[in-house]
Write a protein of this length. Sequence first.
Length: 447
Amino acid sequence: MSTTGHKTWPRLTSRDEFQFLAELVLKRSTGDHTLVSLHDQHSGTTRFANNQIVQNVDTRRGSLRVTVAFGRRHGTAGTTDLTAGAVQETVTRATQIAHLSPDDLEYLPPVEPQPYLTPPTTRAETAAAGPARRLEYTNEAIGQCRMENLGAAGIVSSSIATVGVAASTGLFAHEERTDARFSLTVQAGEATGWGAAAHRSIDHLRVQERTLTAIDKAKRGLEVRELPPGRYTVILEPAAVAGLWSSLLWTLNAKSYEKGTSALSGKLGQPVVDKRLTFRNLPAHEDLLGIGFTADGLPTVASDWIADGVLTQLAYDRFTAKVRGIDKIPTLDAPCLSGIGPSLPTLQELIKHTERAILVTNFWYIRTVNPTDLTLTGMTRDGTFLVENGKVVSAVKNFRFHESPLRVFNRIAAYTNPAEAITSETGKLLVPAMTLHDFNFSSVTRF
């Protein structure tokens, strides 16, 4: 086990301190345009495996990036030393790089000053959390698993960061952001159960509840039966829905759309999923990880990306948006998928109202097979079960699937209210659990 003692770190770069550094850069720069970006973070992570804590570390990382432009030639340099001399040297290096760089035909000057939302980006309890608090949650998860003679592995982390952006155009933005995460895999023989959470508040991780759920899945998976591949009704838990939905998000890129390489090309303003589904960005939602501004200094905005099943927005970079006359660029920092009309309140109610289905906890190793229609392949994991007559009756061996989100999200039988879901590709979303018809499991896996 490796560990570092908890100590008082120098405070994070405040708004006034960032303003001082930005003014120092702007006075030093001789460029036509100058952009300054700050990311200063104090984070801690506790890792555990085989029911033992293997790492408990605190880290402090601060960095400042400077971009200097002469016409369409620009250069960027960064530093982790925020003293005046190091910052001035960074400006010099960015200037030298700019002079040596070719014209960038898609370069745009920094944006003008912007009005920003003030989403709930920080929570005091997370900012105050240190190694002792993370160890408390870790020991709670390990203790529950030890009582069941099961293995536990995962992480508990917390962080606080200050983020800033300033430019020679008068642009200035600065905000504090906290982040807390919990992930657990429970091992019972060859069976596993899993749970994960991410939130601005460390108090919202619900470690005990998620641990008990993961334990239950692992224990249920001890006696597994094999079913033949084929098309099944499935009940997808929020993490599984998010895994498929995340792949759909990458197709929203405006450049790919215009080149015809996106599966959504030509479908702007047309139905792409079930008409009951709406996909929104909700930066002010307290259960999402919304931010006030982007790395370019653009304000985040609440917006509908898919409304009543119809594609209404694309993801633009600044250059493409300018070419297309898009004044207000939509952002996707706090995604939420929801359904209108009758829904069931919980996953348990979905199960109760299902005659026969495969219940999927999560998907992994999702890859694109055919980008033209977004056919994906991947495997179930961390708990795959057979549901009959409203009850989970047994675990089943994991399946490989071949399906497209553009098809399966047009075969919805029922869904719940949105719930928290974590994916490695897109972070956190709010999505419902769903019952879907005719889901194609192409083969049975070897585990």
